[in-house]
Unconditional design. Structure first.
Length: 339
């Protein structure tokens, strides 16, 4: 059995059914943690969040940062970029990196770009959070796990614990997972549980090196407001079209201009022009909707969220264009901002 420290979820997050079985198993597997190094000033380090699509990576990222940084939706492949979220607490600065879900189903230019982003993110970090759904592990999870270096401490984050109906099944599942990889710790949790998030920050802290912070205390991400605008449009697009619209749709910001307040006490104004790119005329019709109602709603929800997040006034215009086969075109994939 691997020497792995297990971190049990809070009782209120785990529920009564099977609780005793899980707790007794965790106690039997628990290994004493090494004493923390003495704190000599600040800690700071990179923490990669990885996993297959739709396991809750972006939700976890936003919860750990304490503010929405990475967009979320039920559609697989919502996250397409390496997104950095920063959380400064006490003497420690956590620099989280949210990655796209590793793609195994479609070998097009877009997915090759996304997988390259994942590989780049896990190679040079201080800690990896490998996110899976509690009680589940399939071939897609295994392919992501195979990418992880055995030289970088990795936590198994058993997310969505609140959705597990038979908690007694978690104990044997944890024992099975322990044989798959030398995880530094196992963390059954729910990203929606505030106590679990606080506990996770405490666990991550001791893996970060003692060094000066990389960012100012009030910084939350290294991404620009223009990038946030593009991602927000794409989130509303996916949320309001559901499974009707293929995942290959994307958003390009054509104009992003800032106007200072006209007089004291007023907020600055952002003028944004965005193009939603789809692959077929039928997809264009889906996005526009009956009498343009759907694209109007996408624009309205984008404006409201950006005004709240950026503390400004927003004027946004949107168009829909058809670019057939763009996800299979390496040059066009790069031109749309995918590395």
């Amino acid at each position: 059995m691997n020497a792995t420290k297990i971190i049990a979820a809070d009782a209120d997050a785990t529920g009564p059914e099977g609780q005793n079985d899980v707790e007794s198993m965790l106690k039997s597997m628990r290994v004493a943690a090494p004493a923390d190094a003495p704190v000599e000033g600040q800690r700071c380090g990179l923490i990669a969040i990885v996993g297959k699509p739709n396991v809750g990576k972006s939700t976890l990222m936003n919860a750990l940062v304490g503010q929405k940084i990475s967009i979320t939706s039920r559609k697989a492949q919502t996250t397409r970029h390496r997104i950095t979220g920063i959380h400064s607490q006490g003497a420690t600065q956590f620099v989280f990196v949210d990655t796209p879900g590793f793609q195994t189903r479609h070998n097009n230019a877009l997915n090759r770009s996304l997988n390259k982003t994942v590989l780049g993110a896990v190679g040079d970090v201080d800690l990896i959070l490998f996110v899976v759904e509690a009680g589940m592990f399939n071939q897609a999870d295994a392919k992501v796990l195979a990418l992880l270096s055995k030289d970088i401490p990795t936590l198994l984050v058993a997310n969505k614990l609140d959705q597990v109906t038979r908690r007694s099944d978690i104990a044997p599942w944890l024992q099975e997972m322990q044989q798959r990889h030398t995880f530094a710790e196992f963390v059954p949790m729910s990203a929606k549980n505030a106590k679990d998030i606080e506990r996770m920050l405490g666990i991550c802290e001791k893996y970060l090196p003692e060094q000066a912070w990389w960012y100012a205390e009030d910084e939350l991400t290294d991404r620009s407001e223009k990038f946030l605008a593009s991602e927000t449009v794409r989130e509303k697009l996916f949320r309001l079209t559901g499974d009707e619209l293929p995942y290959t749709s994307t958003v390009v910001i054509d104009k992003f201009e800032e106007e200072p307040p006209a007089r004291k006490g007023q907020k600055r104004l952002l003028r944004i022009a965005a193009t939603i790119v789809v692959e077929r005329d039928t997809h264009k019709a889906m996005v526009i909707g009956d009498k343009g109602e759907r694209i109007k709603r996408i624009g309205m929800e984008t404006r409201v969220e950006l005004e709240k997040a950026l503390d400004c006034k927003v004027f946004i215009e949107m168009w829909v264009k058809v670019r057939s086969g763009w996800a299979d075109d390496e040059a066009r994939v790069r031109s749309f901002g995918y590395q």
